[in-house]
Design a protein around this ligand. Structure first.
Ligand SMILES: Nc1ncnc2c1ncn2[C@@H]1O[C@H](COP(=O)(O)OP(=O)(O)O)[C@@H](O)[C@H]1O
Ligand SMILES: [Mg+2]
Length: 234
């Protein structure tokens, strides 16, 4: 589905990625985990075409490394839910979800609201009046309504209360079952991501430090305590 090979990336003269190689196969849910500043969001930006990079990025075997950002999304192959969410706060829930959506696909709205009963109840509310968790669901709904084949989520649990995090993750499970979506999940929260991920990669200092087996709980526990340097239950 998506493959990165020896990807390096720079912000001006400062290098942020030092040769990142990994792949996500069709139908997989793969998590990239790592501390703040490890390079996770830069990997998302590189896939989106927003950061200068070298190496190769392939989507379904096609080299998209030189494809401009807007073209990568035009066919709706990829959807990204960014850290910080990027909502239009003065617009309503529905308006935010369907913004830029092809009129033919408005029927998909019902399907998406089915996944998020909270949003159905508050569909004509301005997004600025929603809680952080509800806003995250709007961001997710906006991505899902486009039916991307690859959905990328950058720290969907950041700043959310534990109950809301559970809800977001439960939605990911439903998505996979219902829409056959391939998901790349970016997380600091190992305890959550290991419950849903088929595979996990540890990102450290702009590199993929290693691939982790999601069932290898012992490795994950020692990682969350030492190598990762954060509390896995955060
Ligand atoms: N817009 C930017 N300009 C310059 N440096 C950046 C920018 N965004 C991130 N960086 C740097 O790139 C490195 C990786 O950051 P980032 O990809 O945001 O990590 P993560 O998402 O894992 O927290 C860090 O050293 C960070 O300071
Ligand atoms: Mg980040």
């Amino acid at each position: 589905m998506i493959e990165l090979e020896d990807v390096k990336a720079w912000y001006g003269a400062s290098q942020a990625l030092f040769g990142v190689t990994f792949r996500v196969k069709p139908g997989e849910l793969v998590a990239l985990v790592g501390v703040n500043g490890a390079g996770k969001t830069t990997i998302v930006r590189v896939i989106s075409g927003l950061v200068r990079s070298s190496g190769q990025i392939r989507l379904d075997g096609r080299d998209i490394t030189a494809t401009p950002a807007h073209q990568r999304f035009r066919q709706g192959d990829i959807a990204v839910v960014l850290e910080g969410r990027g909502m239009l706060p003065e617009l309503t829930v529905i308006e935010n979800i369907v913004i830029g959506l092809d009129g033919r696909h408005k029927d998909r709205l019902d399907e998406v609201l089915e996944l998020f009963p909270v949003l159905r109840a508050r569909h004509s509310e301005r997004v600025s009046n929603l809680s952080g968790g509800e806003q995250q669901m709007v961001a997710l709904a906006r991505a899902i309504v486009r039916r991307p084949r690859l959905l990328i989520l950058d720290e969907p649990s950041l700043g959310l209360a534990p109950l809301v995090v559970n809800e977001v993750y439960a939605t990911l499970e439903k998505l996979r079952a219902q829409f056959d979506m391939t998901i790349l999940l970016i997380e600091q929260n190992i305890a959550m991501s290991r419950k849903v991920a088929d595979r996990l990669y540890l990102v450290r200092s702009g590199r993929i430090a290693r691939e982790l087996d999601a069932t290898d709980v012992n490795a994950l526990e020692s990682l969350s305590q030492s190598a990762l340097g954060i509390d896995g239950n955060r």
